[in-house]
Design a protein around this ligand. Sequence first.
Ligand code: AMP
Ligand code: GLY
Length: 424
Amino acid sequence: MNVLVIGNGGREHAVIQALARSPKVDKIYAMKGNAGIAELAELVNVDYCDVKAVGEWVDQKGDIDFTVVTPDDPLALGLVDELESRGHRAFGPRKNAAIIEASKAFSKELMKKYNIPTAKYETFTDYEKALQYVENCDLPVVLKADGLALGKGVLICKTRDEAVGGLKEMMLEAKFGSAGTTVVVEEFLEGPEVSCLAFTDGKTIKPMITSCDHKRAKDNDEGLNTGGMGTFSPAPFFGENSAKEVMEKIMQPTVSAMNAEGRMFKGVLYFGLMKTKDGYKVIEYNARFGDPETQVILPMLKTDLMEIFEAIVDERLGEVNVEWEDGACVCLVLASGGYPENYEKGKEITFGNLDQDIILCHAGTAIKEGKIVTSGGRVLGVCAKGKDIEEARKKVYANAEKISFDGMYYRKDIGIKYREIVKE
Ligand code: AMP
Ligand code: GLY
């Protein structure tokens, strides 16, 4: 089969590495890809948020058998619907289901209606009303821009001043663009966080192995929120009891709720959860693979990813045995100085002599005059498997030191948190 993968991050590189292992896949195209993806796929330079242009490209190409849509924007814009309407097979939720991520107001409403555990909240479109609320609510309080904001549209405000300032930025100064015109104001929850991703065809749910993200830019979870600075898998505190609770109280009710709303979800459903003293609660849904979660999940997948994708599109996921390796995997993100705020691009990357078993997932990289240079905030994911997280972590850090580019920075504490939490 010839497969087109939409996207250009570390997540897409991990997806393409997994597809390249499939005996079913002959040739991979990537729109738009990056320097690492270019080693496994032919790059296609079309703006994938222009869904019509993508549809036209696939029509014209004529020999694309299957398209995998991974990023949030094209899903929310209806790229899967566009391709299907032109008679092509595409993996990912349709627009009416991708809204579970694209609108926090929608997802909070869904959880309220179907009793899915989540933080208490209020939604505002009027600044004055929102202001009145945050001037009196409990602290800390969490402010969320309604729309897609690259994982950065969330502010955790410890003081009243921070809350009022944050609200102004979102609603009056449009810091997150139109994403911030509707704001969800949410109760602050506490507890360890886990990313639980699942394959689903709307009928069957097959959970993936769990992972933990590190969203803050600096060590000890300080600094600004980012798209994710590193991950490890599995979450040490997530045992059989957790898996059962999450399936019964969160995953199954969510998939059923989407069906009941006439929004059947087919694709990867990502449950960002917090283990609170009152049980697991949903922090966020994503309608896609996580980044950088995918970089630690897919290396552990024993089953052919292409087989899973096809089964989901054909609604026969129940027939596929999805299997995972034992052990652990760690991914460390090497970022451009200044990220998640302003940073420079075009810095040459040198890789040194990396160990054979290191998996490199390119994110913001490009080829310029024959050299690999930086082209984004998150540049590379350095990933390794091990018998446990500690072994994988050591490999990752020993190899990250060999890579360099001007301004490069990374967190020093990926894979350390939650160690002390008692295992189930
Ligand atoms: P989100 O983009 O919704 O996942 O939020 C980004 C991060 O903010 C999450 O990973 C949490 O660490 C934190 N966060 C979001 N909502 C809450 C909440 N209600 N209570 C505490 N922390 C939160
Ligand atoms: N790592 C979080 C996300 O993909 O949204």
